[in-house]
Design a protein around this ligand. Sequence first.
Ligand code: AMP
Ligand code: MG
Length: 395
Amino acid sequence: MLTLQEAQAAILTRVRATDRTETVPLARACGRFAARALNAAVDNPAFDNSAMDGYALNIRDLASHAGELPVLGESSCGSAPQALTPGTAMRIFTGAPLPAGADTVVMQEDVERDGEHAHFPQDTRPGAQVRRRGEDFRAGEQLYAPGRRLSAYDLALLSAAGIAEVSVFVRPRVLVVATGDELVAPGQPLRPGQIYESNRLATLLQLATLGAETVDGGTVRDDPAALRALLKDAGGYDFIITSGGASVGDHDLVKQVFAEIGEISFWKVKIKPGKPVAFGRVGTRAHFFALPGNPVSSLVTFKLFVEPALYAWHHSRPPVLELPATIVNSFQRKPGRMEFLRARLWSENGELKAEALTGQGSHQIGTLRHTNGFICINEDSSGFAAGERVHALPL
Ligand code: AMP
Ligand code: MG
């Protein structure tokens, strides 16, 4: 059985990153991965401009005119103003270009207006309230490296930088299938022994968030023939993700069929929840993940294995945020596997606190209501006493 690090390393070495790219407008690039470096087309700010509504002036005129200047002209947003007439101040608005000859803006709250004249504070700082051209970034400056997963913030920044479209890696095509004779879609009545299926939806939605093109393969019965039939066009996918049937029960057929038609890299990892998780390949194109059926195991193994694999496919690595926290309750266990406890995390007096929630069974999806992170327990640890330091992974 592999450790978590060994299994993740095996995935990173085996995932074949794509080299297929396409160009999309910014509005369609959210969640996609940049295929090339993205450089600014313009300086930001594009020109010296005012940070406030007020008056533009030259600081030398203030001293020579004892803080009082006639007001002449106006600079408003969207057009270029006349040059500042020496010995005068110009009305200016937030974001409007600083007129040639001006070097300072005084906000209007600090100005006393008296007809055509205005009084300015004597302690006005040279260069005050001016946003300098290029102080944020410069034309030609690299804003993002290849592999960057573009967020809404990134796309706003690229718009400001004058970028209209970006080269991104194509979306991976991902087939998602749930397996199990007991599974029924919500909305249908439950017969004895049946349960409602929930893994497929979570997997499909998380994949969509990661920019994948998903194909819903529905639910298949615990029947090798049905599974084989579904996987016969595996070549049309970059990833195939199943849930259930990956462990060692008589009806756990996924691993069996997978071994038959593909090549398994590993199928057990020393983690809890999620031990029976398989990874490998089918044909020359598809990477295969057989995730465990228990709902929480399926979510945890998606996060630990599928997410890094998808990033790797796009020449990227997922962001990992691990924070030290103080656990508020005790949690005892048998050492042996790395464990991910569903936890409630919050901050108190500047310190991160973590509560290991009750209901850690891998079938207990109800505990997710209170979960906003995990507490990570190392293999050899037998747990924690209240007040000890732990590693928290915010979600
Ligand atoms: P398995 O991995 O197939 O042995 O399933 C382990 C547990 O997870 C069993 O209790 C299954 O009923 C349950 N399970 C399997 N697949 C799903 C699913 N897609 N949605 C909800 N529960 C599931
Ligand atoms: Mg099953």
